[in-house]
Design a protein around this ligand. Structure first.
Ligand SMILES: Cc1cc2nc3c(=O)[nH]c(=O)nc-3n(C[C@H](O)[C@H](O)[C@H](O)COP(=O)(O)OP(=O)(O)OC[C@H]3O[C@@H](n4cnc5c(N)ncnc54)[C@H](O)[C@@H]3O)c2cc1C
Length: 384
């Protein structure tokens, strides 16, 4: 067993870290304050090949796999979790399902543009009554000639205001709603198709410079050739996609926690009380030790899940374990980081205040912590 990253991923990690430190970090707090979407940075990320992390070279991507994608999301989220989720959604929730379930024509049309960052992606599953119960879809897709006509409203769509391509889920078994997850189909929808538009923009506690909007589908006409996977099999597309997405959010959580640890180490060495640095106090040392250990253990779970998915092995439970552990851990690390900073940590003068707000979402989207417990419990109970 080798715990070292392969050489190419070490190089990737160094490259993304430099990009994060030099280009992303300097204005991260300002963007958060202004709720400013990092459009220029998305373009810079594209130039580095980070928008095609999950896309093979034959389709214009950088073939980094899930492990590479995890490193990209972690390193970016270490300084800016908003940009981290922007990239993670684009790579794991949009390019990946098109790659895994798309026809050759869909791959040819969308993957090169997504990989080059010419087009940004979004994933539209959630609705008002379909959150954790994602199969409870009310958006309808009705076949009319060679097209489908979609009607409904999606909620809390990351990248919603800036995306060019949406992976949208809708009910195609219109006569039989009792089919629930068996009656759902996935579609690739372009923002220029008639009848699709972003709705209300959400004001959020954290990840404020990411875009989160409603997505309104009002007589939205989508060609039948833009069905992703098979008719009625969209729920499997959604769940398979979320396996990779959960690895992405777990990576975002690791990045936030790592940022918390680094900020805390720096502050603990420079802040003096009782004539010595607070890092001399055992109470602070224990917090730092626990943060470092919990980050390492969660990172191992994340890398195992990414490694399994890259090998084509089942990874749903591993991804749920990684997300559950990493997101709870990130919240704990963020709390400790604020505590180590004392009053300064409660102000916007230090980044840990932002990290604490950003960490909160990792326990909510792409399956709440409670839903990850359900997935894991079902597995362990059925295995005995
Ligand atoms: C900032 C942000 C960005 C998002 N981005 C996207 C996106 O890009 N695309 C997209 O499709 N969605 C997105 N979402 C939606 C997100 O995935 C959902 O919010 C999430 O799945 C939870 O659904 P809900 O908010 O409706 O909570 P609910 O399902 O209403 O849950 C409320 C509470 O009840 C608990 N609960 C629910 N069911 C159970 C159960 N069976 N057992 C135990 N506890 C339960 C939950 O864990 C939670 O604590 C985003 C959300 C946010 C806030």
């Amino acid at each position: 067993m080798d715990f070292n990253l392969p050489e190419d991923l070490v190089l990737l990690q160094q490259t993304v870290r430099k990009f994060a430190d030099d280009e992303v970090a300097p204005r991260a707090a300002e963007r958060d304050h202004a709720h400013e979407f990092p459009l220029e940075l998305v373009r810079s990320a594209a130039r580095l090949g980070l928008m095609g992390a999950s896309v093979p070279e034959e389709w214009g991507g950088s073939s980094l796999g899930n492990l590479g994608g995890s490193i990209v999301t972690e390193e970016v989220s270490r300084v800016d979790a908003s940009l981290g989720v922007t990239l993670s959604v684009h790579n794991s929730l949009v390019a990946t399902p098109i790659l895994r379930f798309g026809s050759d024509a869909l791959k040819r049309k969308y993957l090169p543009k997504l990989a080059a960052g010419e087009w940004l992606g979004a994933y539209a599953l959630t609705e008002a009554q379909a959150g954790s119960d994602a199969a409870n879809q009310a958006t309808k897709a009705e076949k009319r000639g060679d097209d489908y006509v979609l009607n409904g409203v999606k909620m809390w769509i990351t990248n919603g205001a800036y995306a060019d391509v949406f992976v949208v889920f809708a009910r195609t078994s219109l006569d039989d709603p009792s089919k629930k997850h068996k009656g759902i189909t996935a579609f690739v929808v372009e923002k220029t198709m008639p009848g699709i538009r972003p709705g209300k923009t959400e004001e959020k506690l954290g990840i404020r410079s990411s875009s989160t909007t409603e997505l309104v589908l009002d007589q939205c006409v989508v060609p039948a050739c833009n069905v992703l996977g098979e008719i009625g099999k969209g729920f499997s597309v959604a769940m398979d996609t979320l396996d990779g997405g959960r690895i992405g959010i777990a990576s975002q959580a690791i990045g936030i926690a790592q940022g918390c640890l680094e900020a805390s180490l720096k502050y603990a060495k420079q802040r003096h009380q009782f004539n010595r640095p607070i890092a001399d106090f055992q109470a602070i040392q224990w917090k730092l030790a626990e943060m470092a250990t919990s980050i390492d253990s969660a990172r191992l779970l994340v890398r195992r899940a990414a490694w399994l998915r890259d090998r084509g092995e089942p990874c749903s439970v591993a991804a749920s374990m990684a997300k559950m552990q990493a997101s709870v851990m990130a919240n704990r690390c963020a709390e400790e980081a604020v505590q180590i900073h004392g009053g300064a940590g409660y102000t916007t003068d230090f980044p840990v205040e932002r990290y604490m707000r950003d960490a909160r979402i990792t326990e909510i989207y792409e399956g709440t912590t409670e839903i990850q417990h359900l997935v894991i419990a079902k597995h362990v109970l059925s295995a005995t």
